[in-house]
Design a protein around this ligand. Structure first.
Ligand code: PMP
Length: 325
């Protein structure tokens, strides 16, 4: 934990995992000034530990902080906290492929003050937990539910920030998705309610053919969806694998049409927790359709392999994505 008060970050403290002490009036509890991040540490073939792009997480954390009227944390301090935590016991980082140590930085407003204004005091907390596969069934296509009843983020809102409130607002929609026999919710834009934005905790990619070439496309950043670090990494990696990568708009109608015509062959979701997960079936009120016969697709799996190889250190890290400790 690192406290922020009197306009400055204080000396950090490493403590055993346990409850935090907060005033019942702490503003995070009332007004939701709470932001977080998620990234992973992987055991490398030489036994060392590498974190995947924690600098990108530090940057996004500070963009979230700015949107929530919270102070920035110097990226060096963010990275130092992560390094120090893992150095306590490197055995916390699992060694098997597909496993990692998930790191969760959090910043909350601790000011004991009931008025509605940005807090003057904050607490940065970093916790870590070993992670296996995100979906218990392993790499098997998931079924998704298009949320027509609820909206995640509106223009000008906090959709681009990784803040607690976005997730609070999504819990009911996720419960509805589960109730409909789906694994995850797909969000649409708040204005037209037809453009695909992202999933509950992942960004989406669409694979289609164009003039004999394979295009790997993801919804463009509109300010209402999370700029995923996996998403950004795949836009680069996809190119390296010989695909055209693209950010674009896509409506539900076009999605259905492109699947029905066979132009679109694969859809997958990506994020730190789930890495890359194929989408095999889409459901909504009144319709449903399958993608690639509900099977894992070759482009999806090639991208997944390429990303995991960089993260686990079995492929060269030509972009300096791995932060070695
Ligand atoms: N969208 C949402 C809503 C998320 O919670 C996440 C997970 N952080 C993502 C997308 C994927 O982002 P990343 O690749 O940075 O994990």
């Amino acid at each position: 934990t690192i406290a922020y008060k009197d306009g400055a970050w204080q000396r950090g403290e490493v403590k055993p995992y346990g409850p935090l002490s907060l005033a019942p009036s702490a503003s995070t509890l009332h007004y939701g000034q709470s932001i977080f991040e998620g990234f992973k540490a992987f055991t490398q073939p030489d036994g060392s530990i590498g974190m995947f792009r924690p600098d990108a997480n530090a940057e996004r954390f500070n963009r979230s902080a700015a949107r929530l009227a919270m102070p920035a944390i110097p990226p060096e301090l963010f990275l130092k906290a992560a390094d120090e935590l893992v150095r306590i016991d490197q055995a916390w980082v699992p060694k098997n492929v597909g496993e990692s140590l998930y790191m969760r930085p959090l910043m909350i407003a601790t000011d004991p003050f009931l008025g509605v204004r940005p807090s003057l005091e904050y607490l940065f907390v970093l916790i870590a937990s070993p992670a296996g596969a995100y979906f218990p069934q392993g790499v098997k296509p998931v079924t998704v539910w298009i949320s027509e009843d609820y909206v995640r983020a509106a223009p000008g809102g906090t959709g681009e920030a990784k803040c607690a409130g976005n997730y609070a607002a999504s819990l009911l929609a996720q419960a509805q998705a589960l109730d409909k026999g789906c694994d995850q919710v797909v969000w649409l834009d708040a204005v037209h309610r037809e453009y695909i934005e992202e999933m509950g905790g992942m960004n989406l990619f669409f694979v289609y053919k164009e003039d004999g070439q394979t295009v790997v496309a993801t919804p463009e950043l509109t300010g209402t969806l999370l700029p995923g670090i996996t998403r950004q990494s795949l836009l680069e990696l996809g190119k390296q694998l010989g695909f055209i990568t693209r950010e674009q708009k896509l409506t539900v109608r076009n999605w259905r049409d492109d699947i029905a015509s066979g132009r679109m062959t694969e859809v997958f979701a990506c994020g730190t927790a789930a890495v890359i997960t194929p989408v095999g079936k889409v459901k909504a009120h009144g319709f449903e359709f399958a993608i690639n016969n509900g099977e894992n697709g070759p482009v999806t799996m090639a991208l997944r392999e390429a990303l995991l190889a960089i993260q686990h250190g079995t492929a060269p890290d030509t972009r300096g994505w791995m932060h070695k400790i």
